[in-house]
Design a protein around this ligand. Structure first.
Ligand SMILES: Nc1ncnc2c1ncn2[C@@H]1O[C@H](COP(=O)(O)OP(=O)(O)O)[C@@H](O)[C@H]1O
Ligand SMILES: O=C(CO)[C@@H](O)[C@@H](O)COP(=O)(O)O
Length: 564
């Protein structure tokens, strides 16, 4: 017997889908007020592919990170219907869907959008989608930056003076140089943010956010053929042949849901599909952080910092500034830390004795909660440690993924929870460096707002308030990016005239939940000074020790892999 779910009509609803690093989350939201009625998560079966290629079992070189397109399609097939069921709304009342993605997660495709990895080239690593944290193109990024400065390319200052190895051009150039046959059959090079919209609408579109921040699209142009050809003669036509496409502004309607996508998701055919977006930028709407000076830190596996400004400023070390990159009518600034929660998770996986796991289980806690509780009352500096937050390289403000982690001050008395706290603090110091760089570069920051999985750690939030000497506001939603996408879906469906209006009706924020304590803030100033000494020594000083160690590692592993 088919049970018809109770319907809350005549309300209308929208669906937001957030494609993260390890899973995709769908949320069903009421258009009138942003109420979240149901959600569902689908973990990617292949997760992050960083050890062996699934098709052949061949080992991947160091610093590689790939994903499987089928994992993303499965989110549409499973999480969207599950969220609809959890919300108990009649699918016929859903008027739009929007998606956001990690970035720069990018893939080579045929002219019809078929991923190369799924069209006969599955045994070639370079045919697979490269995840944002694929860091094996640092050499290409270094050359991109060197040449841009040598030729005084105007756009380089919009990217803090350095393009990251995580962004589109370094990754594409790596394909061309290491697997020219795969590059030759790449008809389009597309952000996963736009590819997923292609799956929903059946037509290719490109959004202003990823084109601007990750695709070096500034003032209406991609980098010139002259510049690209000077990088590599075969790269000259890269932007014209593989990227060029009219751009869709954020919140605009990219197209309509096809019959096939309707069958896959359980949503009505023909509803609005919004232009693609990035997980960090889209979340600003959910946290009411679209007004100038409200900086949103999206804190999870990594942290992205996004803030709008009225004026165009070139800020050294930021990821980028894009006109309308977060919301129309403002310059959107992005900066970031390539690992935050990932660093804490690394430590729990490596450095915690078995007895701690048993203690956590007995207390009904996870290890994050246990270590946080054990160390929460220690006075600032009581562990005698300072760490660098570069275990996944440094995105801002050094833009160098061959930098690595450091913990200074270890003794035989150092406890696991003390290292955990030093790592929490290191990420706060990294954020202080970024906020200071923005302000010194001419981008005012009036408010610091947090969204993402880490906002639930009260010790971490208090450390950020103390280290930054600023109140920390919290987005209300536990699903910042997915709610942000839902807000963009409402605009694309015509329910609101623009994203700002929709954000004020559908977004929520709790202001100044954590306030700085002056004594702790003073104590943190002393530790921050120690952090800066390490930062300058390893990050900008003449001693390139971290780069030498990376080269020694790569040489050893490459030699070993070619022997086995
Ligand atoms: N209580 C906690 N304190 C600190 N970090 C945590 C805690 N619980 C989970 N994490 C970290 O949060 C990260 C996941 O954040 P989340 O926002 O859910 O994911 P994503 O960034 O992929 O969207 C993981 O790296 C995990 O180590
Ligand atoms: O880099 C960006 C956005 O530019 C993020 O998508 C990337 O750091 C991944 O974010 P998550 O940590 O998975 O939320």
């Amino acid at each position: 017997m088919t049970v018809t779910p109770p319907t809350r009509d005549p309300e209308s609803y929208v669906v937001g889908v957030d494609f993260g690093t390890l899973s995709g989350r769908a949320v069903v939201v009421r258009v009138r007020d942003g109420e979240e009625l149901g959600s569902a998560v689908h973990e990617y079966p292949h997760g992050v592919i960083d050890r062996v290629l699934p098709t052949t079992g061949a080992p991947l070189p160091p610093d590689w990170a790939l994903q499987h397109p089928e994992d993303w399609r499965e989110v549409l097939r499973t999480a969207v219907p599950a969220a609809l069921a959890a919300a108990s709304v009649d699918p016929a009342a859903v008027v739009g869907i929007a998606t956001d993605f990690t970035a720069c997660t990018v893939l080579p495709v045929r002219g019809d959008g078929t991923p190369l990895a799924e069209s006969g080239l599955g045994d070639r690593p370079h045919a697979w989608p490269k995840l944002w944290k694929h860091h094996a193109a640092q050499g290409q990024a270094d050359r991109i930056n060197h040449l841009a400065h040598a030729r005084a390319e105007k756009w380089i200052s919009r990217y803090g003076g350095r393009i990251s190895a995580e962004w589109q051009y370094a990754k594409a150039l790596q394909v061309l140089e290491e697997d020219p046959d795969t590059y030759a059959v790449t008809e389009r090079w597309i952000e996963a943010a736009d590819w997923i919209v292609w799956q929903l609408t059946g037509v290719e579109t490109r959004n202003t956010c990823t084109a601007g921040y990750k695709g070096i699209h500034q003032d209406g142009h991609y980098p010139s053929e002259d510049y690209l050809g000077a990088l590599h003669p075969g790269f000259a036509d890269f932007a014209r042949t593989r990227l060029e496409h009219p751009l869709s502004p954020l919140g605009s309607r990219a197209g309509s849901l096809t019959a096939e996508a309707a069958a896959r998701t359980g949503l009505p055919e023909g509803i609005a599909v919004a232009a693609g977006n990035v997980d960090a930028h889209v979340a600003a709407a959910a946290a009411q952080a679209v007004e100038n000076g409200r900086l949103l830190a999206v804190m999870g596996t990594s942290t992205c910092h996004v803030v709008n400004g009225a004026a165009l400023a070139d800020v050294p070390g930021i990821c980028g500034v894009v006109d309308g990159g977060i919301v129309e009518g403002a310059y959107g600034y992005e900066a970031g830390q390539s690992a935050v929660g990932d660093i804490f998770a690394w430590w729990l996986g490596q450095g915690v004795p078995a007895g701690y796991a048993a203690e956590a289980e007995a207390a009904g806690e996870d290890l994050h909660q246990l270590l946080t509780r054990k160390i929460a009352d220690q006075p600032v500096g009581g562990h005698g440690l300072v760490a660098l937050d570069w275990m996944n390289g440094n995105r801002s403000t050094l833009v160098d993924h061959h930098l690595s982690g450091v913990v200074v001050g270890l003794t035989l008395a150092t406890r696991p929870e003390e290292i955990y706290r030093a790592l929490l603090e290191a990420t706060a110091f990294g954020t202080r460096t970024i906020v200071d760089a923005l302000e010194q570069g001419g981008v005012p920051v009036h408010e610091f707002i947090v969204t993402g999985g880490l906002k639930k750690n009260a010790l971490l939030m208090q450390i950020y308030a103390d280290v930054l000497r600023r109140p920390v506001s919290l987005a209300v939603s536990a699903q910042g990016p997915a709610l942000g996408s839902a807000i963009h879906a409402a605009v694309a469906a015509g329910a609101y005239p623009d994203v700002r209006t929709a954000a004020s009706a559908m977004g929520r924020v709790d202001r100044a939940v954590y306030r700085p304590d002056p004594a702790r803030a003073d104590a943190y100033d002393a530790l921050y000074a120690e952090y800066r000494l390490l930062h300058d020594h390893f990050g900008t000083g003449p001693d390139r020790q971290m780069h030498r160690l990376r080269a020694i590692r790569n040489h050893a592993l490459t030699a070993h892999n070619s022997e086995v």
